[in-house]
Design a protein around this ligand. Structure first.
Ligand SMILES: CC(C)CC(=O)SCCNC(=O)CCNC(=O)[C@H](O)C(C)(C)COP(=O)(O)OP(=O)(O)OC[C@H]1O[C@@H](n2cnc3c(N)ncnc32)[C@H](O)[C@@H]1OP(=O)(O)O
Ligand SMILES: Nc1ncnc2c1ncn2[C@@H]1O[C@H](COP(=O)(O)OP(=O)(O)OP(=O)(O)O)[C@@H](O)[C@H]1O
Ligand SMILES: O=C(O)CCC(=O)C(=O)O
Ligand SMILES: [Fe+2]
Ligand SMILES: [Mg+2]
Length: 369
């Protein structure tokens, strides 16, 4: 098999010019190899830096070795599971996100919406649930209505909402990023309110990994499903493609005149000139994205509440890290302050404990999380 692969790679490279490979040539080679070898060598990523791409290909051919470690180092972000097409795999490897249209049914979304409304009307009480109000109206009189709620967080104890995290069609995709043991670590239903005029409905550009004291980052993925049509107008997700290939950056509260929501940190020194992509989506469309991908969402300039439901998954064999002395120390301190108030615990509570109690196994085995 190895000889066969090597011959085939060499054959492919021989027909290509010895000069730097174009993007199209690389894509062709990649697709050809994956069709012949059912994906085992789809790690030949096209690279926008054409001479670097040629070097990488030469390196692969010279050191062709079918050990899992060498394959992983060429295809760091995804696993082969027969689900992703080579094009989808390459897209995620390159961009750090993948949008799947029409993945969650209307019926399911309507059920999640009803469950959300019951919580807003305070007809059910869910242990551990955090109900957030937008900072612009946080100090106004409490109305038990969805108009007061900007986000639900930690709905793992609500069986109806948590059904989202176990939907088989979602887990099939999640498995491509996490592998077969899957923990649902963090759940949210975001009800982005019409902006009250202070731009507080924005979510600053950030990397979700900033919030997580577990690793490795490549075995973590977010699924985010639009519960209705989301557009630039009502504050769709905005992503910076390819930023998942960078490192975790320092995060702080952005200096916004109108204020910013509690714990909405943004990457420090965000440059608004960077190329960004607005992910406009229909009801049921789902985007999967890497926890280092820089993303946020714009203002909601409509009168409706823009709804989305999401879950962060991690491989069961991810491990906790100590964030003391790292850029994550600021969010650890804030999270611990809130946890102490929420659970009434004193003293010896650690960032890791806050995550351990939220995590729920959804597939395979719970190992180290
Ligand atoms: C990957 C993922 C994790 C990324 C993200 O999701 S980033 C966002 C993460 N967000 C969170 O973790 C939620 C944080 N929020 C919360 O825990 C809660 O909503 C709290 C801010 C603690 C407020 O909850 P609670 O105490 O039940 O609410 P109260 O109405 O009694 O308000 C208590 C004091 O908090 C203030 N407050 C409420 N909501 C917000 C807000 N959105 N932004 C800023 N300040 C807020 C409120 O004005 C009140 O302040 P004082 O009157 O005590 O000065
Ligand atoms: N200083 C900043 N730090 C971090 N994130 C920011 C900063 N300024 C803007 N953003 C983020 O950039 C993204 C785009 O915001 P913006 O409100 O411009 O939305 P938009 O969809 O581009 O709207 P518009 O059509 O008005 O350009 C949002 O995620 C927003 O929170
Ligand atoms: O739905 C949104 O506006 C984005 C939310 C988000 O990125 C987050 O909460 O981490
Ligand atoms: Fe996020
Ligand atoms: Mg703008």
């Amino acid at each position: 098999m190895l000889v066969c692969v090597r011959t085939c790679v060499r054959a492919c490279v021989c027909v290509l010019p010895s000069a730097p490979l174009t993007y199209g040539q690389q894509t062709f080679l990649l697709l050809y190899l994956s069709s012949v070898f059912t994906g085992s060598y789809t790690g030949l990523l096209p690279d926008r830096n054409m001479s670097r791409a040629a070097d990488r290909l030469r390196l692969l051919i010279n050191h062709l070795d079918p050990s899992p470690a060498s394959i992983v180092s060429f295809i760091p972000y995804t696993f082969e599971t027969d689900l992703l097409t080579p094009e989808q795999r390459v897209f995620y490897e390159e961009n750090g996100f993948l949008l799947i249209k029409n993945l969650v049914s209307e019926e399911d979304i309507d059920r999640f919406r009803k469950a959300f409304e019951r919580i807003c009307r305070q007809e059910v009480k869910v242990p551990g649930l955090v109900v957030m109000r937008d900072v612009a109206i946080a100090k106004s009189e409490f109305v038990p209505d969805q108009k007061a709620v900007s986000k639900l967080q930690d709905f793992q104890e609500d069986p109806e909402l948590f059904r989202y995290c176990s939907l088989p069609q979602i887990l099939k995709y999640v498995e491509c990023f996490t592998g077969p043991n899957i923990m649902a670590m963090h759940t949210m239903l975001i009800n982005k309110p019409p902006d009250a005029g202070k731009k507080t409905s924005r979510h600053p550009m950030h990397q979700d990994l900033h919030y997580f004291p577990f690793r490795p980052a490549d075995r973590i993925v977010c699924s985010w499903t639009a519960m209705e049509k989301v557009t630039r107008q009502n504050g769709c997700l905005v992503v910076l493609p390819g930023t998942h290939q960078g490192t975790l950056q320092e995060h702080d509260y952005p200096e916004w005149e109108g204020g910013v929501n509690k714990m909405y940190h943004g990457v420090r020194g965000y440059d608004p000139q960077q190329p960004r992509v607005h992910l406009e989506m229909e009801k049921g469309d789902t985007v999967f994205f890497h926890p280092l991908l820089i993303h946020g969402s714009g203002m909601n300039q409509t009168q409706g509440f823009r709804k989305a439901i999401s879950c962060h998954y991690a491989s069961g064999d991810c491990y906790y890290i100590d964030v003391k002395g790292t850029t994550q120390e600021n969010i650890e301190n804030e999270a611990l302050d809130i946890a102490v108030r929420k659970y009434g615990v004193e003293g010896d509570v650690h960032f890791k404990d806050v995550w351990m109690i939220r995590g729920r196994l959804v597939q395979g085995e719970r190992l180290s999380l």
